[in-house]
Design a protein. Structure first.
Length: 118
């Protein structure tokens, strides 16, 4: 059974730098990619960032590029999202997702709330 468990959210002041974690289990990992998403006006979910589990590929939404950094710890089967220079508009539930059939994400976590106060 695949499980993705996010953690690291909470109440943060504008300009803060929390780090989100996504601990994965039940995946074969080889050939998988993992991403972070958040809700956005008019969309169910907005892409935030993506990382290839076995390679070095990453990508970011324009709105977070140069502020957020995605990384992985293969030994811990965990993906991280380092968030810097947070803005109130970054307030959202952040979801971790995994997939192996690009561009689909088959597995989703329950989400972790990040609230940025101004």
């Amino acid at each position: 059974q695949v499980q993705l468990v996010e953690s690291g959210g909470g109440l943060v002041q504008a300009g803060g730098s929390p780090r989100l974690s996504c601990a994965a289990s039940g995946l074969t990992f080889s050939g998988y990619y993992m991403g972070w998403f958040r809700p956005a006006p008019g969309k169910e979910r907005e892409f935030v960032s993506w990382i290839c589990w076995t390679g070095g590929g990453t990508d970011y939404a324009d709105s977070v590029e140069r502020r957020f950094t995605i990384s992985k710890d293969k030994a811990r089967y965990t993906v991280y999202l380092q968030m810097n220079s947070l803005k109130p508009e970054d307030t959202a539930v952040y979801y971790c997702a995994a997939g192996s059939n690009w561009p689909e994400y088959k597995y989703w976590g329950q989400g972790t709330q990040v609230t940025v106060s101004s």
